[in-house]
Design a protein around this ligand. Structure first.
Ligand SMILES: [Zn+2]
Ligand SMILES: [Zn+2]
Length: 303
């Protein structure tokens, strides 16, 4: 892997200059909002947008970027894929998010499924959390780029947090790391009274971990949480006039607690999850890979 690490070093070192970052930013904004329909800038345009008079200095830095980050074509300069990724990273705020906008604590409008007090949302450093401050049950803990939070009201912020969580977990539960695209598989952990997060005191027995050991991608959910992304559950809600994909997990006790889950066997694992809606129950059986091996609907019987 020596060659690859040399390439990575070179790719990083190419960015160690303010002028080069400015060039990438100008090409990026030209690509995002092209004036001509073609996301390229002529040499003169690019130079004037970057605002450098010294042609020698500008040429020196531009030449460094041509190749990996920037393509030079007859019609002008455009970003190559690594340059686009970098521009998107800058816009999202990934590299500068520690200083991102603060969001004051506010109630999300749902009561805690454990103690009944109000669940609140807030931003902690780069993480957005939805949790109960009375019993410290945490229902959502996710990284949302600060770009998605600025100048938004609380409803829109919660929508962004919900959608972000869903995107990440939809990918994880389908077997792919959302960050690096490597294959991930569910690991079932026996609940022993503590969860991977110190900020979450839910009693989940057991729970599921998705962990990408290549890039550090990590999420954990109750066993039943996996069903948020299963077509049979989505169809169950749809048939009751509801779009499950629009409902934040923290509003669904069956998805964020283990109350709806019964452990049928432990070796190998077998689970039954029961979800009640109106006069009907959706009952799913899951195996040790958390595949749904059986799904049925039956009249609801309240215990
Ligand atoms: Zn609580
Ligand atoms: Zn990964």
């Amino acid at each position: 892997m020596t060659d690859e690490s040399l390439d990575t070093d070179a790719a990083f070192s190419l960015l160690a200059d303010e002028t080069r970052v400015r060039i990438l930013e100008e090409l990026g904004s030209a690509t995002a909002s092209p004036e001509t329909g073609i996301p390229r800038l002529s040499y003169a345009d690019l130079k004037s947008r970057v605002g450098i008079r010294d042609s020698g200095r500008f040429n020196y830095h531009l030449t460094k970027l041509v190749g990996n980050y920037v393509a030079k074509e007859d019609e002008g300069y455009r970003l190559r894929w690594p340059g686009l990724v970098l521009y998107r990273t800058l816009v999202a705020g990934h590299l500068t998010d520690e200083a991102g906008s603060a969001v004051d604590r506010f109630a999300v409008g749902t009561d805690c499924h454990r103690c009944g007090d109000s669940i609140e949302a807030y931003r902690y450093e780069t993480l957005f959390r939805v949790r109960c401050f009375s019993c410290e049950a945490t229902y959502t803990d996710v990284y949302v780029p600060s770009h998605g939070l600025v100048d938004r009201d609380r409803t829109a912020i919660l929508e962004a947090v919900h959608r972000r969580t869903r995107t990440i977990l939809d990918s994880m539960t389908s077997g792919q790391c959302p960050w690096c695209a490597r294959e991930v598989s569910p690991e079932i952990h026996e609940g022993d009274g503590s969860l991977p997060s110190l900020h979450d005191t839910r009693d989940l027995e057991p729970y599921v971990v998705y962990h990408c050991t290549d890039c550090t991608g990590f999420q954990y959910v109750p066993v039943s949480g996996v069903l948020l992304y299963h077509p049979a559950t989505v169809a169950f809600y749809y048939d009751h006039g509801l779009d499950l994909t629009e409902i934040p997990a923290w509003e669904l006790p069956w998805a964020v607690t283990d109350d709806a889950t019964t452990v049928l066997e432990t070796d190998p694992w077998r689970f039954r999850v029961r979800i009640d809606l109106a006069d009907e129950s959706f009952v799913a059986h899951l195996d040790e890979d958390l595949e749904v091996v059986d799904a049925a609907r039956e009249p609801r019987i309240d215990e």
